[in-house]
Design a protein around this ligand. Structure first.
Ligand code: NAD
Ligand code: ZN
Length: 361
């Protein structure tokens, strides 16, 4: 089992990573939390696979566990679902020492984290991420949120968990498209932060896809370590943490312009990353050879074609709306060499429109 420490003074916490480590969970929980009541939040896909197992293990260790299962999918990240979970918490007798445990992908993690941050002004929170995206990204760093009808993640908080438990075995049941979508975020870390992670992925891509145990553990641990380092330096995204939005500027615009029902998040981010590489190449910020390597690895994830009816104008409008919300110029995060990216505020809109147009054609 590997451990990564997220260093945030009194809010520091460990991330445990390994294969078939379930049996160690109760013992590790006891080192950070009192033994009390747990609200086990999960979704309708994940709970039937792993919910009973976790619940039984915690119960055997002396916890009082109440499961709360929401329908799988982004549609559950709402205030209405949150209210149902508050009701479940009250009925389960969860007091200030009670714990909210999230068992699932990023949807469950964000929703359960939001509950934990607000119920009784905050109760302890534990993440058991089960999608690749949640394991390398959303479970680490303390961003929790629900959606509003007018936009994604508009209502939320920074609220760190007490512990993150990454069981690699669960990725076996994750649908392949979801694994690839999470893999886009893995590639992202290599591109912007670590040449060595990037070249490991280049050399061992097939082993990574087939979830070869040692490689998978090494890669996921490295992603968590990289994210933990950034979060420790910039918890509230005042600076460096914004680099993690590489590929997300155009990615979010594509998701919004297709009403969040065409791309998986990672699929849109992959397109956004490839377009960002194009922007960097056209602006001569990145050497052609490096750009070629970046695009080659990204292409292995399988770039999703745009839906036929999507226009550049619609994507650019979505981009503008995003910008308005941020209240500033829309910055682009662009790679300058393998393992390093910077924030650029002055990318010509014509250029953005032109790389977008090439993708749409
Ligand atoms: N808080 C953050 O920092 C942060 C970062 C990135 C993304 N997010 C959020 O994360 C969400 C996306 O997360 P996601 O991609 O994990 O989506 P998700 O939670 O919807 O999970 C994807 C699908 O896989 C299923 N699933 C999950 N684990 C499984 C397993 N082990 N076996 C079988 N099926 C499994 C889920 O039921 C779901 O159908 C979005 O809401 C996004 O806003 C948050
Ligand atoms: Zn993302």
């Amino acid at each position: 089992m590997q451990t990564v420490q997220v260093k945030l003074a009194e809010r520091s916490y460990p991330i445990y990573i390994g294969k078939n480590i379930w049996s160690l969970l109760p013992q590790k929980l006891q080192t950070v939390l009192p033994l009390t009541t747990a609200l086990l939040v999960s979704d309708s896909n994940v709970y039937p696979l792993y919910g009973e197992k976790i619940s039984a293990a915690l119960t055997a260790a002396g916890w009082r566990v109440t499961p709360a299962v929401v329908p799988a999918g982004e549609g559950s990240k709402t205030l209405a679902r949150a209210e149902e979970l508050y009701t479940a918490a009250i009925k389960a007798g969860l007091d200030r020492s009670g714990t909210v445990v999230a068992l699932g992908g990023g949807v469950v993690g964000d929703l359960a984290g939001f509950i934990a941050a607000t119920y009784l002004r905050g109760v302890p929170f534990v993440q058991i991420p089960t999608s690749l995206l949640a394991q390398v990204d959303s479970s680490v760093g303390g961003k929790v949120a629900v959606n509003h009808p007018l936009g994604k993640n508009l209502i939320g908080a920074f609220y760190q968990p007490k512990l993150v438990w990454i069981e690699l075995e669960v990725l076996r049941t994750l649908p392949r498209a979801e694994f690839l979508a999470g893999a886009a975020e893995v590639v992202k870390y290599g591109v912007i932060l670590s040449e060595s992670l990037f070249s490991t992925l280049e050399r061992h891509w097939q082993d990574f896809l087939s979830q070869e145990e040692r490689l998978l553990a090494q890669v996921i641990t490295e992603c968590c370590r990289l994210k933990a380092e950034i979060v420790a330096a910039d918890e509230r995204e005042a600076g460096q943490r914004a680099l993690l939005n590489f590929g997300h500027t155009l990615g979010h615009a594509l998701e919004a312009a297709t009403h969040y029902d065409y791309y998986l998040h990672g699929e849109a981010v992959l397109v956004g990353m490839m377009l960002a590489v194009q922007l960097a190449l056209r602006q001569q910020l990145l050497a052609p050879a490096a750009g070629g390597r970046l695009l080659e690895l990204m292409a292995k994830l399988g770039m999703k074609p745009a839906p036929p009816a999507l226009t550049a104008a619609a994507v650019l409008t979505a981009l503008q709306q995003d910008k308005k919300r941020a209240g500033t110029k829309q910055p682009f995060i662009l790679p300058v060499k393998i393992g390093q990216a910077d924030i650029f505020a002055n990318i010509p809109p014509m250029l953005v429109s032109s790389v977008l147009q090439e993708y749409l054609n």
